[in-house]
Design a protein around this ligand. Structure first.
Ligand code: HEM
Ligand SMILES: *[C@@H]1O[C@H](CO)[C@@H](O)[C@H](O)[C@H]1NC(C)=O
Ligand SMILES: *[C@@H]1O[C@H](CO)[C@@H](O)[C@H](O)[C@H]1NC(C)=O
Ligand SMILES: *[C@@H]1O[C@H](CO)[C@@H](O)[C@H](O)[C@H]1NC(C)=O
Length: 499
């Protein structure tokens, strides 16, 4: 009867076709979990589909979303970017113990695919996105310049920067009042100091302003806009967007400036060059022969320059904003600083325990590298974490999967930190082992931040000098936004000179 009635046959065939289509689209929409069987099941899924995940990864609210996922879905969850990535490839890892274990394993490599946007920002391959020989020499050179052995030189340069910045921006007589866009101003000052410390180059105010503005456009285009819309990455089609064209011009201008910095260094006498530890080591003869020549050297210089200012500048800005909101702590800190010494350049100033706690708590609550990093899990791991239903269970992190470790949710973990969303420097008076384990604003391990000693020293010196001699008040607050780093723009503070 089936064979005889063409209408029925058509109906049957189209039902089967519709079913296949539905099954196929289900497969395409949701992907498939790995077929491999594990004794302990894989981590729970985030519950967000491809589109939502993709949208959040390119958003200026990425930090808030990673925190929401950790708090509502679990500390280790699968992120669905299928079909861009196969299922069970990318896990958000917000559990401090597991994150540390992955980062500290010397065989945890960076997946190049996910770091490539840095190369687009620098206009050439730079070492943050590389593994193997390509990263070793520049990283070692950075660590030589930014070290305890070089501390006196770093301190002298940081104080020179503060002298000039205070003179240019704040009042000098008791009661003098000045207002500053703190994020912008601290970026200029930190550009000034990374220039002196890493390159032995004295960036003019105009060069500082140019760098800050250019890098803001570059990070937004390559860190967010191009990631959201991959057509913008295309070398020709991408030129249809005016912002992309502008960002490319900015990259060229920054490369041009850094070329000048390198030339100025090479023009110096041998003795003078030796004093600039980082650049002198970077530019040692033959070191780039096998790894891309002078163009790679320039890309690495831009990486140091870009990574070394915006992060630290915003950390100092967040600390000042919190000190404005917590006037009692600001007053207490000022007293501790004045009691320590009368000389603003005395090393005792940065020995203040409250100052150290203020910097530490700011790095916790406002970790500027909020998006963190990604590592390939080198061996299968069995871990205990949230089951996604309010309990805990054992689970398997498969070998070769990618772990995304984001400091923002990690440093606000509510099992580790009491009142995690509040800025409470006193919590570090009696830090628990769990707090110490979780504290990784610079990440840890082989590829942690090589600039962290400079970042902390600079934050301490700037804050000591700015809080000792000025009373700070919040005039206008802006909302933090993420684009490669967590930025506050347009926050206005008022500084009144103290007698
Ligand atoms: C508060 C300030 C800073 C914070 C929070 C911070 C944070 C970080 C983090 C979390 C990473 C690791 C990213 C990853 O694993 O993918 C990193 C890498 C890096 N940071 Fe920093 N950083 C700061 C300041 C600096 C400074 C002052 C420099 C100056 C040179 C710098 C240079 C670098 C470089 C070159 C890398 C790449 C290292 C590598 O790939 O081996 N950072 N930073
Ligand atoms: C990220 O992508 C979504 C969807 O395309 C868009 O609505 C959102 O504005 C993007 N975020 C940013 C910061 O561009
Ligand atoms: C380096 O020296 C050359 C030749 O003396 C000079 O033309 C050039 O302007 C100098 N460059 C910088 C950046 O100082
Ligand atoms: C830290 O411990 C000391 C000694 O036990 C105590 O006096 C102090 O109040 C504690 N501080 C905080 C913030 O809990």
């Amino acid at each position: 009867m089936f064979e005889k009635d063409p209408t029925t046959r058509l109906w049957a065939v189209s039902s089967v076709a519709a079913f296949l289509l539905a099954a196929l689209s289900y497969f395409f929409l949701f992907g498939q979990r790995s077929k491999k069987k594990y004794k302990y099941p894989l981590p729970p899924r985030s519950g967000y589909g491809f589109l939502e995940t993709f949208q959040h990864f390119n958003s200026t609210k990425l930090h808030e979303w990673t925190l929401e996922v950790a708090r509502t879905r679990g500390r280790i969850v699968e992120m669905n970017l299928w079909p861009l990535l196969p299922r069970d490839t990318l896990y958000a890892v917000t559990d401090p113990v597991v994150a540390r274990k992955i980062l500290e394993n010397p065989r945890s490599l960076k997946p190049r695919e996910l770091y490539e946007f840095f190369d687009r920002m620098m206009g050439g391959v730079c070492f943050i996105s590389e593994e193997g020989e390509r990263y070793k020499h520049p990283r070692k050179s950075t660590l030589m310049g930014i070290s305890h052995a070089n501390m006196d030189d770093m301190l002298a340069n940081i104080h020179a920067v503060m002298d000039k910045w205070i003179q240019d921006n704040l009042g000098s007589e008791e009661g003098d009042v000045a207002c500053v866009d703190i994020g912008f101003e601290m970026q200029k000052a930190t550009i000034h100091s990374i220039g002196l410390i890493a390159f032995g180059y004295d960036f003019s105010t105009a060069e500082q302003e140019f760098t800050s503005n250019a890098l803001a456009k570059i990070t937004y285009e390559f860190g967010i806009a191009s990631e959201k819309n991959p057509l913008r990455k295309h070398p020709i089609i991408g030129l249809l967007w005016a912002d992309k064209r502008e960002a490319i011009r900015c990259v060229e201008d920054v490369r041009c400036l850094v070329r000048k910095v390198l030339q100025a260094h090479r023009n110096k006498s041998f003795e003078e060059q030796k004093k600039v530890v980082t650049l002198n080591s970077l530019d040692a003869p033959g070191k780039y022969d096998e790894i891309g020549g002078e163009e790679s050297l320039l890309s690495d210089m831009i990486l140091l320059y870009a990574a070394g200012f915006d992060t630290t500048g915003y950390t100092i800005s967040y600390a000042l904003v919190e000190l404005c909101k917590n006037k009692d702590i600001q007053t207490q800190l000022r007293k501790e600083l004045l009691d320590a010494t009368q000389d603003p350049k005395d090393k005792k100033l940065i020995g203040s325990p409250l100052l150290k706690r203020v910097v530490k708590e700011t790095l916790r609550l406002w970790p500027v590298a909020a998006g963190g990093g990604i590592r390939r899990v080198p061996d299968k791991m069995i871990v205990t974490s949230d089951d996604g239903k309010g309990g805990k269970r054992l689970m398997t992190l498969p070998k070769g999967s990618w772990a995304h470790v984001a400091p923002y949710p990690l440093l606000r973990d509510d099992e580790v930190f009491d009142r995690p969303d509040e800025w409470l420097p006193s919590r570090w008076e009696n830090a628990t082992d769990d707090m110490k384990t979780a504290f990784m604003p610079f990440m840890v391990g082989r590829r942690s931040c090589p600039g962290q000693l400079l970042a902390i020293t600079e934050s301490e010196v700037f804050l000591a000098r700015l809080v000792r001699d000025y009373e700070w008040t919040l005039i206008e607050e802006s909302i933090p936004e993420w684009s490669v780093t967590l930025k506050i723009k347009g926050t206005i503070l008022q500084a009144t000179k103290i007698g």
